[in-house]
Design a protein around this ligand. Structure first.
Ligand code: ADP
Ligand code: MG
Length: 240
């Protein structure tokens, strides 16, 4: 579904990604781990074109998304993104947060968008909160709204950037439960996370990022129990 070849990204003199190569297949769940500052967020942001890569290729299916003819809004719609900081629209209700995208960007009717939104809010356990505003919700509830909002756009893949890092420990599990459920339903996902137990049991493969590349990748068992390279070993040891 996604193929990344020789992706690089520089910010001025700073090379953050030097040569990232990766493939994500339909239905796969990829966890991305690594020390902070190693370009995990930058990698996700390049995938959905929030950052312009300095070099390399990214294909979604057969579409070369870095080609000048690429339909950027369409690509972003196919690739939902969930951030650490929720990024909900503060002046809109929970329901409106979910319907605005489908109405404005997909051309859905209000009725159609609301019907879909209510179903999704029930799915994430927030059917009671449709008329609340974001600041009336807990962090865990906000993040579940953000995930539901992302799903309302019917993405083909969801990119999560540390979805639980801003949450109190008591709220982490309710958000992880929603992501687990999506994994079970076959959603393709790439998740930057520090939740190693979660990464271990939800992902098909783990990418360890360091030195501007995917330094080591493998099954959760390979990366967590039998890391082959020195820096991967040191990182896994440190976070244990
Ligand atoms: P991670 O998510 O792994 O912690 P990031 O992708 O956020 O790492 O950042 C990697 C490096 O790129 C860091 O040194 C960071 O300061 C730098 N960086 C990220 N975004 C920008 C930007 N917009 N401008 C300049 N430097 C940036
Ligand atoms: Mg980051």
């Amino acid at each position: 579904m996604i193929k990344v070849e020789h992706l690089s990204k520089k910010f001025g003199e700073l090379t953050v990604l030097s040569d990232v190569n990766a493939e994500i297949k339909k239905g796969e769940v990829i966890s991305i781990i690594g020390p902070s500052g190693t370009g995990k967020s930058t990698f996700l942001r390049c995938l959905n074109l929030l950052e312009v890569p300095s070099g390399g290729n990214i294909f979604i299916g057969d579409t070369d998304i870095l080609h000048q003819s690429a339909d950027v809004p369409k690509i972003r719609q196919k690739m939902g993104m969930v951030f650490q900081s929720f990024n909900l629209f503060a002046h809109l209700t929970v329901l409106e947060n979910l319907t605005i995208g489908p109405i404005k960007l997909l051309g859905w009717s209000k009725e159609q968008a609301e019907k879909k939104a209510i179903g999704l809010l029930k799915m994430v356990g927030l059917g009671e909160k449709i008329d609340s505003f974001p600041d009336e919700l807990s962090g865990g509830q906000k993040q579940r709204v953000a995930i539901a909002r992302c799903l309302a756009m019917e993405p083909e893949i969801i990119l999560f950037d540390e979805p639980t890092s801003a949450l109190d420990p008591t709220m982490v599990s309710e958000v992880l439960a929603v992501i687990r459920r999506l994994a079970k339903e076959g959603m393709t996902m790439a998740i930057v996370t520090h939740e190693m137990d979660f990464a271990r049991d939800v992902s098909n493969r783990v990418f360890y990022m360091d030195e501007g590349i995917i330094y080591e990748e493998g099954t959760p068992r390979q990366i967590f129990d039998f890391p082959q390279k020195e820096k991967t070993r040191a990182f896994i040891h440190r976070i244990r």
